[in-house]
Design a protein around this ligand. Structure first.
Ligand code: DAH
Length: 390
């Protein structure tokens, strides 16, 4: 530091002496010294000048800024690392310590002044822009609001969830969805389930066939899921599988082309009809309430032997007989039976070692019975007046 100020002092002496003696003639000094002298003097003199000029120009530009972007540009031009003030500060190194202090503090002072001016202007411009925005984006609060009512879980989904939960409580788990595709082969939907080749359910009137591939259908029942489950997993099995099924029927208050079923399957050693009755009675008791009697009626399905249909006492007339139960006092709620010997053989499960029971129920029917709904089409019309009641 001392060295530096000495150097400047020396230069000053030379310069002033030099000026008084030979103001216009530089011949006696070496080129280098001349150069240094002129440079330092210019620097000293012009730095102050320059700083004052910066202050003047920058203040004008700040005042003339019309928006925040312009103001930001001014800030970058003068105050950023590569801005004009900094480039002056970089030259300070060639000055004496004292000059560094004066010029340095002048530069800082100017930088502070400019920063203050910029932030004041910033606030002013921000307020102007905000006001402009508020005027342009003014909202008419007297307009009716964009009301979006909250959705609800569809009653059929509610029923499925409820039934799934009941069976989970009885130790059943839900089959992986890849075991129950809605687009299915005739082979899985019928043949593997022991349907004889000419079974009327395979008729074009009952099942939707596709034109894309022979024997590809929209499944008419969820029972095919049993087959896929048994082909993929060995007993013990205790599974259910809810899903959509399709039938080519004319739509009415009781029938729709699309409806939902829940399939159930239990296979293990020593499974008997008593297990079937126990599980399904328990299901009905939980779903309809403990006071509702059930009845097992002999029936026929190709994939079960023996087969049964399960009825519950009519919820409308408590068994006395009415229009809903066609005077019988009973409502059919599901089909069931012991898995047929041939079905077990078809999927490679030894019927001499294993036995099982299966069941299938219609979700729409169970929902209609529970809530006394008289038209299946209500589920599919998307009328919120209906759906909101669940
Ligand atoms: N798949 C039958 C139907 O759609 C219902 C059914 C009955 C399923 C008995 C079963 C069963 O698993 O064992 O009508």
């Amino acid at each position: 530091m001392a060295k530096n100020s000495l150097r400047v002092k020396k230069i000053k002496e030379i310069y002033y002496g030099f000026l008084s003696e030979r103001p216009k003639n530089f011949n006696t000094a070496t080129d280098k010294t001349q150069h240094q002298i002129v440079y330092i003097v210019k620097l000293r003199f012009f730095m102050k000048e320059k700083l004052e000029l910066i202050l003047k120009e920058a203040s004008e530009e700040i005042n003339n800024s019309n928006n925040l972007t312009e103001l930001e540009d001014v800030k970058v031009k003068y105050l950023s690392r590569k801005g004009e003030l900094n480039s002056i500060k970089k030259n300070l190194k060639d000055l004496s310590d004292e000059e560094k202090r004066t010029i340095g503090s002048l530069a800082n002072n100017i930088s502070n002044q400019l920063n203050e001016m910029i932030s004041a202007k910033n606030q002013e411009l921000y307020r102007i822009e905000l006001n402009k925005k508020l005027i342009n984006e003014k909202i008419d609060i007297t307009l009716p609001s964009d009301y979006r009512p909250q959705g609800k879980i569809h009653p059929l989904t509610q029923t499925i969830n409820e039934i799934v939960e009941i069976f989970q409580g009885l130790g059943f788990s839900v089959m992986p969805s890849e075991y129950s595709p809605e687009v299915e082969t005739e082979y899985i939907n019928f043949d593997m389930l022991n349907f004889p080749p000419n079974h009327p359910a395979k008729d074009m009137q009952d099942t939707f066939y596709t034109k894309t591939a022979p024997n590809v259908i929209l499944r008419s029942q969820t029972s095919g899921a049993q087959i896929r489950q048994m082909l993929n997993k060995k007993p013990p099995l205790r599974v259910i599988s809810p899903g959509r099924v399709y039938r080519c029927e004319s739509v009415s208050a009781r029938k729709n082309n699309l409806f939902h079923q829940i399939e159930g399957l239990m296979v293990d050693t020593d499974i008997t009809f008593a297990d079937l009755k126990g599980v399904l009675n328990e299901f009905v008791r939980i779903y309809f309430g403990s006071s509702r009697p059930t009845r097992f009626r002999a029936s026929y399905f190709p994939f079960t032997e023996p087969s049964a249909e399960v009825d519950v006492q009519c919820i409308m007339c408590q068994g006395k007989g009415c229009r809903t139960c066609s005077g019988t006092g009973w409502l059919e709620v599901l089909g069931a039976g012991m898995v047929h010997y041939n079905v077990l053989k078809n999927v490679g499960i030894d019927p001499e070692i294993y036995s099982g029971f299966a069941f299938g129920m219609g979700v729409e029917r169970l929902t209609m019975l529970k809530y006394a709904i008289n038209d299946i089409r209500l589920f599919f019309n998307n009328d919120t007046r209906f759906l909101n009641q669940f």
